[in-house]
Write a protein that binds this ligand. Structure first.
Ligand code: NAD
Ligand code: DAU
Length: 350
């Protein structure tokens, strides 16, 4: 029996992780601690909210007493820490909340784990889900990021995630806290908030709105289907080695403009529009400040040591993703109208 605390379980990746663990491990208790910021949407978990091994707790990770109480009350032995402010553009507009949640929130969780586990660390794990953005930016042709690549964050988002990674390692080195960090590349899939490139552009293609491509669309990202990320987290949480870092990626690099063209092809086909009709929606707009040119992950360590590989090809994953958004216009409408925020009150009566 494991008692697992997932932070940020109402968000995009967190909801896939929670669903996977609740369904696959009926003998575990899964506690989802989430503050329900703009990015948290409990509707993402409506299909498992009645499961007997699942509990939702509304709470902020920066609130140390709440976190401590949660770990003690549920006898938590494993923490899968995903709660974060996650959007680079928002971090450029409002960096403070990124330091608060990503740095102080992670510190509060680490300290609560250390205090509640009272240095009896057998069977315990603090698993921090982090990003490849901590490594900075690659030039075309440069070797992909490995676990030993020097940290070189540029945006307030990546600086806050780099800082939280350092705190996690410091708790391992200083107090012996059992920790694992994974640094993952760009995720895509169902339930992603439509501020990120792929869901935003699907939404705009459907409504024939302009597609704002930053700069010339030459930036490169390494895309991974979200359920492959959840599979990796499952594998690493069970078989990873404490104190280690694992990079997770899709070996799937695309320039933004190539990706947008592929997305248009798939979406136009699924909408029975003329092929390429939506290409005219592309607009090149001023670039993101200090826009990292290229991310690429070398995931050979997790492949070699733990036998994890991505299972979904990009064409399959993108088609599934577009189909999911087309099949769930209600989800998108409630998110864009703000109505999704009422879900918690209507369901939990608070
Ligand atoms: P998201 O923005 O979709 O979800 C974040 C969740 O955290 C939301 O449910 C939100 O309510 C919750 N949250 C935010 N602040 C909180 C606080 N103070 N207390 C409690 N809960 C809070 O994020 P995501 O895209 O699912 O990313 C999840 C994690 O994975 C993040 O740590 C992110 O840095 C990391 N990551 C994301 C990607 C990606 O491509 N999306 C890639 C690599 C790593
Ligand atoms: O690499 C992992 C990271 O991937 C995660 O840590 C972040 O949480 C996640 O948000 C993501 O960061 P990006 O900045 O790469 O994702 P985003 O979807 O915002 O942008 C992807 C690329 O598309 C990037 O080069 C910027 C560009 N873009 C984005 C938007 C929203 C555009 O050209 N136009 C847009 O409107």
């Amino acid at each position: 029996m494991k008692h697992i605390l997932v932070t940020g379980g109402a968000g995009f990746i967190g909801s896939h992780v929670v669903r996977r663990f609740v369904r696959k491990y009926p003998e575990y208790r899964i506690v989802n601690l989430d503050a329900l910021t703009y990015a948290g949407n409990l509707e993402n978990l409506s299909d498992i909210e009645g499961a007997s091994n699942y509990t939702f707790v509304k709470g902020d990770i920066t609130d140390y007493p709440t976190v401590l109480e949660c770990i003690c009350r549920f006898g938590i032995d494993t923490i899968l820490h995903l709660a974060a402010e996650s959007h680079v553009d928002r971090s450029i507009r409002d960096p403070f909340v990124f330091a608060r949640t990503n740095v102080l929130g992670t510190l509060s969780l680490l300290e609560a784990a250390r205090k509640s586990w009272k240095e009896d660390y057998s069977g315990k794990l603090f698993y921090h889900i982090s990003t490849d953005e901590v490594y900075g930016s690659l030039l075309p042709g440069e070797a992909a990021f490995s676990e030993t690549t020097k940290y070189d964050p540029h945006s307030p988002y990546s600086a806050s995630k780099a800082s939280s990674d350092h705190f996690v390692r410091a708790f391992h080195d200083t107090y012996g806290l059992p920790v694992i960090i994974t640094n993952c590349s760009n995720n895509y899939g169902p339930n992603q908030f439509p501020e990120k490139l792929i869901p935003l552009f699907i939404h705009h293609i459907v409504h024939r709105r302009p597609l704002p491509v930053y700069g010339r669309g030459e930036n490169v990202r390494d895309w991974l289907y979200v359920e492959d990320h959840a599979r990796a987290i499952d594998r690493i949480a069970h078989r990873g080695t404490s104190g280690e870092t694992y990079n997770i990626g899709g070996r799937n690099e695309w320039t933004n403009i190539e990706l947008v063209r592929l997305l248009i092809r798939i979406t136009d086909r699924l909408l029975h529009r003329d092929q390429g009709e939506s290409l005219s929606l592309i607009r090149f707009v001023p670039d993101r400040a200090c826009h990292d040119l290229r991310y690429a992950i070398d995931s050979s360590k997790v492949e070699r040591e733990l036998g994890w590989f991505p299972s979904v090809t990009f064409e399959q994953g993108l088609e599934r993703t577009v189909q999911w958004y087309l099949d769930h216009p209600g989800w998108l409408n409630r998110v864009t109208s703000g109505q999704y925020r009422e879900y918690y009150r209507n369901t939990y009566g608070e």
